[in-house]
Write a protein that binds this ligand. Structure first.
Ligand SMILES: Cc1ncc(COP(=O)(O)O)c(C=O)c1O
Length: 360
């Protein structure tokens, strides 16, 4: 039996037709524009308009740099601010990609576990207690990969009230899923909160804007950080391919693309949530963002095995039944699994049927 993968972080999204039309237009009108290392001015201006706190003139505290994907934005930003011996405090559960990025940028990772029963709430006193003089960066994704939790503006403001007391600390929010949300309210950007100069935001186009394979992202940071990132990009790679930048520009100017994506995901989300609702205690709070569910499957673990081994065993049993999922151990939460529903509906239905043969 060929396994169905619910493990990929990239959805089954096609490039939106308006993007294809725009790209074809540019290909017909050669030569392509030249891009400065930090990105095409029209893309950077369009992005600036997304953030209310970000001015377009020389008074702006933050600057934007277009990067070859969000991973690159994270790496550049972390490399710019981390000093030898610095640590990065990571809200957990977390995206498994962060650990290697922090290591590659020279930092030491420390996790701050959040509780599923508390809907992964960010308790200011817990954050304060976890920060040390060595903590240079507080890192999280909003909406969170893998939990799907969206942190609200009051929660972010409460967080910033704590971090403001640590003058050496940067708050780095990865907002790559900010267009994939199913509640009433838009996802608040860290940059739209009472902006501290030490807030850094990274974002990208491969999730919320359906630009899978175009490898483009950006960062917004204090000017000195943005300048350091641009200089590093200039030395190590250069500007992002202009066709990718023009594709990204189309998605920024056309918010209907993200809205259509959420609509496209709606039924699959319902299928997934209905399935998980039938597993007692698996999902006490439905995720409002991303296209993942992160159920607690600890009730299905073999009790005699240590937790990480038991988690790996469950993932292996699910694979043997024909479904590939991400082991929550890689996200700092053994016994949980991450399942994407950004797949074809027919595949999802069959995957859920197969999962039910193990989870019953
Ligand atoms: C939270 C998060 N950040 C960054 C990335 C990588 O994004 P990109 O494809 O833009 O490099 C991912 C991909 O899964 C992700 O989940």
């Amino acid at each position: 039996m060929k396994p169905i993968s619910l493990a990929s972080g990239y959805g089954n999204f096609s490039t939106p037709p308006t993007v294809l039309a725009r790209i074809q237009q540019h290909l017909a009108n050669q030569p392509l524009p030249h891009s400065a290392t930090a990105g095409l001015p029209e893309l950077r201006n369009a992005l600036r308009l997304r953030y209310s706190g970000l001015q377009t003139d020389e008074n702006s505290t933050h600057e934007l740099v277009v990067t070859p994907g969000t991973k690159a934005a994270l790496f550049l930003a972390l490399s710019a601010v981390l000093r030898p011996g610095d640590e990065v405090l990571l809200l957990t559960p977390n995206w498994f990609g962060f650990a290697e990025l922090v290591k590659a940028a020279g930092g030491f990772l420390r996790e701050l576990p959040l509780s599923p029963t508390d809907n992964y709430a960010l308790r200011p006193e817990a954050v304060r207690a976890a920060l040390t003089p060595r903590t240079r960066v507080l890192l999280f994704s909003n909406p969170n990969n893998p939990t799907g939790r969206i942190y609200t503006r009051p929660e972010l403001e409460a967080l910033l009230a704590v971090t403001a007391q640590f003058p050496e600390l940067f708050v780095l929010a990865d907002e790559i899923y900010d267009g994939i949300r199913f509640g009433e309210e838009a996802v608040p950007s860290l940059l739209s909160c009472s902006t501290a100069p030490r807030s850094v935001v990274v974002n990208g186009f491969s999730k919320s804007h359906a630009l899978v394979g175009w490898n483009i992202g950006y960062l917004a940071a204090a000017r000195w950080i943005a300048d350091a990132c641009t200089a590093r990009l200039f030395t190590t790679g250069g500007a992002v391919a202009v066709l990718s930048q023009l594709a990204a520009l189309e998605t920024v100017e056309n918010p209907a693309i993200s809205a259509a994506l959420c609509q496209q995901l709606w039924l699959n989300r319902q299928l997934m949530l209905n399935f998980l609702a039938a597993l007692p205690g698996a999902l006490s709070h439905p995720p409002l963002g991303t296209y993942y569910a992160f159920p607690d499957l600890r009730a299905y673990l073999l009790p005699h095995l240590p937790l990480p081994e038991a988690s790996a065993d469950l993932v292996a049993r699910l694979l043997a039944a024909g479904v590939e999922v991400v082991d929550g151990t890689s996200c700092g939460a053994p016994g949980f699994v991450r399942m994407s529903y950004a797949v074809a509906s027919s595949e999802l239905q069959e995957a859920l049927r197969r999962l039910a043969t193990v989870l019953r």
